[in-house]
Ligand binder design. Structure first.
Ligand code: FE2
Ligand code: FE2
Length: 188
């Protein structure tokens, strides 16, 4: 079980850094007069907060105690600020991070949780992995538009408060990732 606990801690740390980093990237996009890109960074930052919440719950269940996340979360503001570049580079960095999480990190963590039969951790990793794939695709789409100098439509953005899925325009009747109803979507 201890590998899964370490995996949950690593995931919480990674998501906490991503959440904060995207807030900095949103600020940079606003400075560059790219409000729709700022909006998506803010929305996806809030989606990472859902993953943090789910992983913390899984960690508490797995260890049977209330873990103080301050013990192992270290969000270094200076290091994160140093990562902020122009918005195009920030999008590329975000795509790299989300792709790593989908194709490597969560893929491995998922296998580890299945191996020991930790279903709570398995569900948390599974939901996060699927949502990160959506995030990577959205960032990719925005990057292409930015590269082509295409304008990005101002759309309402909704985040599923159960799994961190992101939808545009209107929330779907059922979340395609976690199967929860529309009412769990929040406009960001
Ligand atoms: Fe993500
Ligand atoms: Fe969902």
């Amino acid at each position: 079980m201890s590998v899964v606990i370490e995996n949950l801690k690593e995931a919480i740390k990674g998501e906490s850094n991503a959440k904060r980093k995207y807030q900095w990237y949103a600020q940079k996009a606003r400075d560059e007069d790219l409000p729709e890109i700022a909006h998506i960074f803010e929305a996806i930052s809030s989606a990472e907060a859902i993953h943090i919440k789910n992983h913390i719950r899984a960690l508490n269940v797995s260890t049977n105690k209330e873990i103080d996340i301050k013990e192992f979360i270290d969000v270094n503001e200076e290091i994160l600020k140093d990562k902020v570049k122009d918005t195009k580079s920030n999008l590329i960095d975000a795509i790299t991070g989300e792709t790593y999480e989908t194709k490597q990190m969560y893929k491995n963590f998922l296998k580890n949780s299945q191996k020991v039969g930790n279903e709570v951790a398995e569900l948390s990793f599974q939901l996060a992995r699927k949502a990160e794939k959506v995030h990577a695709n959205i960032f990719n789409d925005y990057l292409k538009k930015l590269e082509k100098n295409e304008s990005i439509n101002k759309l309402k953005i909704y985040v599923c408060q159960i799994c961190g899925n992101v939808e545009f325009g209107a929330p779907p009747s059922i979340c395609p990732i976690c199967d929860h109803s529309q009412k769990f979507f929040e406009e960001i």
